[in-house]
Write a protein that binds this ligand. Sequence first.
Ligand code: NAI
Ligand code: MG
Length: 398
Amino acid sequence: MSKRTIVTLPGDGIGRSVLDASIRVLTAAGFDANYVEGDIGWEFWKNEGNPLPERTLKLLKEHKIALFGAITSKPKDAAAAELDESLQNKGYVYSSPIVNLRQHFGLDICMRPCHTYKGNPLNFIRRGKGNEIEEPLVDVVIFRQNTEGLYSGIEWSDPPENVFQALKSHPKFEKNFGNIPKNEISISTRVFTKNAVERILTAAFEHAKKYNYKSVTVCEKPNVLRETSGMMYKMAMEIQSERYPEIELWNTNVDAQMMWLTKNPENYGVIVAGNLFGDIISDGFAGLIGGLGFACSAQYNPDSGVAVFEPTHGSAPKYADFPVSIVNPVAMIESSCMMLDFIGEEQKAKKIRSAVAAVIEEGKVRTYDMMKMSGTPDVLENGAASTSEMADAVIAKL
Ligand code: NAI
Ligand code: MG
């Protein structure tokens, strides 16, 4: 069988070091692939006025599967100031390459698993009934709609007249905002479409079915956001009763869910939400299992098969120029396991996950975050493992 080609998108900052560590682990686990690197990130913004060059889109279109590290994003004005002199004042406007990647390939399904590693000193603990310490076992998979909702980018400050008039045709707008000068109003719209909602719900239920989760929870706010959240919950009820009667459908409000986060996180299985709420609850659950060093994700389009696997964390610029990288590669390694599952290499993914779990449970090799140190270069002298030592420890367990 010919080797698979995987596009690597190291991006900025610590992206490259966690990606390199993951590829070493993949190779040691017997996953043999060609890796081709795609350009993405700040350097390409500064030098070309485009952080996601056309050639990178082409690569991904051809090979479909990418491992992505992280990128640096900066606000519009800061971005413009860093643009190469030859490109200044030529109409280049910075926009996030990740968001663009999602929109370009319609990567509308975002999946973020959060599960407890035994022995991780960062695990959430709480008091039980008899005041004893409990460490609940979290095993949650969040499905976040990734392309629309409040992140669809349809927003205005001082909206155009026709938009303002359209809004004024809504009695609530007319009553509460109709007298406010247009230039004092900023609006971000929350768009849900039936097709996208059906796709995210189906992905969530399918996952629950395949991996035997007993419940799917819609985590939105249908009592207030009656149109958008309401539509998702209503469609979830239909889909559940017609296609997945064996799976329980639960409904929580996002605010209450955050309050219950630490009360009974072990009760939840698959959770599905729109873009913003999905982003928030997945960070919330990630905090229970060790935070950014452990939070992995996949974003994919089930029709085209284009999929990008990446840690949830960013480029951590503070740490980018350390002589030896100190950041935790587990989130990236777990993201590459999600890639293996996606392309039908589940056995190799399982092997790697067991090795990661064994390293964490043994507790001899820990990155600085697991030792609750603040991230300075001297953590290595003080007993923390470097990024590559953590990868070596995983490889040794394979
Ligand atoms: P960040 O995730 O880069 O870092 C926040 C803090 O989390 C770090 O200072 C570090 O203490 C910790 N951390 C992150 N990754 C870690 C790891 N693997 N191991 C151990 N500790 C880790 O977020 P921040 O500082 O808000 O953003 C930095 C840049 O990254 C910004 O330009 C931002 O726009 C971008 N960003 C990119 C994302 C992406 O590429 N998907 C996601 C989030 C932020
Ligand atoms: Mg986030």
